[in-house]
Design a protein around this ligand. Structure first.
Ligand SMILES: [Cu+2]
Length: 122
């Protein structure tokens, strides 16, 4: 009797862990970006939209931009971004080469990051 309930508890734990596996591996992978990687876009205002495969925590994610001189500055993430998106507006961009850096926190607690180089056309 006692052994049977112990077996049920163990079975429950095994099933719980198994059910948690897909969630545990669901860190954020970027699936689409605007601007696209290596895109040439018109300035001086650029709407940024990064889409991920899972929900992300926008408040604990960050965006920054390296300008043509190499200087990097933090970019404010829009607070009304969809759960699996980061959006922002870049203003006053002169012609030249830029790199958008992103770092996101997914619901599984894992941080992923990447760079998106793009060019603002003269
Ligand atoms: Cu993960």
């Amino acid at each position: 009797m006692r052994q049977k309930s112990l077996r049920n508890i163990i079975l429950f734990l095994i099933l719980s862990v198994a059910a948690g596996v897909p969630q545990a591996s669901a860190h954020a992978i970027i699936v689409q970006s605007v601007p696209a990687r290596d895109a040439v876009v018109a300035g001086p205002v650029i709407e940024v939209s990064l889409s991920y495969n899972v929900r992300i925590d926008a408040t604990r994610s960050r965006l920054s931009l390296s300008d043509p001189t190499g200087a990097e500055s933090r970019i404010a993430i829009a607070t009304d971004s969809a759960p699996e998106k980061l959006t922002a507006t870049l203003t006053d961009l002169a012609a030249g080469s830029y790199i958008l850096h992103w770092q996101v926190l997914a619901s599984d607690g894992h941080i992923t990051r990447g760079d998106i180089p793009f060019t603002v056309a003269p």
